[in-house]
Design a protein around this ligand. Structure first.
Ligand code: S3P
Length: 171
């Protein structure tokens, strides 16, 4: 077992499109950990998509569900957790994230935008200027993401396997 992780859970944070789910699954395999995606837990528990939840209940209700799910997840050890990009916004979420090791997957905004350009599943990007919205979200959140234990800067062209290997080396 790695020296930093010591059997606690690994939380991946970062913007939408950063690859938290793909890299998280790979890390879970390599660590022999379970894998959880907070958005998936929310959609399974409510029977609604993230878009539906934002449209029908509003963002604040979604954020409460997200905190509730994170609180439950944080009671477990040995999970790799892909979190929603906005998990860093609520102060209470940090007390749950700190149950484990927090890794920020930091992807350049241009690359994020390329990945998300055709995406219709992210309600926050249903905006007349989705690229500008992505930039402003990142600007607002960067100081929060920076509170992670580990900062992994993802390079263009890097595969999920390569990123997962770099995380494995760092933990
Ligand atoms: C959000 C990110 C999404 C999802 C929701 C809000 C955000 O998760 O939770 O659309 O505020 O950045 P991903 O980061 O998995 O896309």
């Amino acid at each position: 077992m790695s020296s930093l992780l010591q059997g606690v859970s690994l939380y991946l944070i970062g913007m939408m499109g950063a690859g938290k789910t793909t890299v998280g699954r790979l890390l879970a395999q390599q660590l022999g950990y379970g894998f959880v995606d907070t958005d998936d837990v929310i959609t399974q528990a409510t029977g609604r998509t993230i878009n539906q939840l934002f449209a029908e209940e509003g963002e604040a209700a979604f954020r409460q569900l997200e905190s509730d799910v994170l609180a439950q997840i944080s009671a477990h050890l040995k999970l790799t957790v892909a979190t929603g990009g906005g998990i860093v916004l609520r102060r209470e979420n940090w007390s749950y994230l700190r149950h484990g090791l927090i890794v920020w997957l930091d992807v350049p905004v241009e690359l994020l935008y390329t990945r998300l350009a055709e995406d219709t599943t992210r309600p926050l990007l249903q905006d007349p200027d989705p690229q500008g919205k992505l930039r402003s979200l990142l600007e607002q959140r960067q100081p929060l993401y920076a509170q992670a234990d580990l900062h992994i800067i993802v390079n263009e062209g890097e595969t999920p396997e390569q990123i997962a290997n770099r995380v494995m080396e760092a933990i």
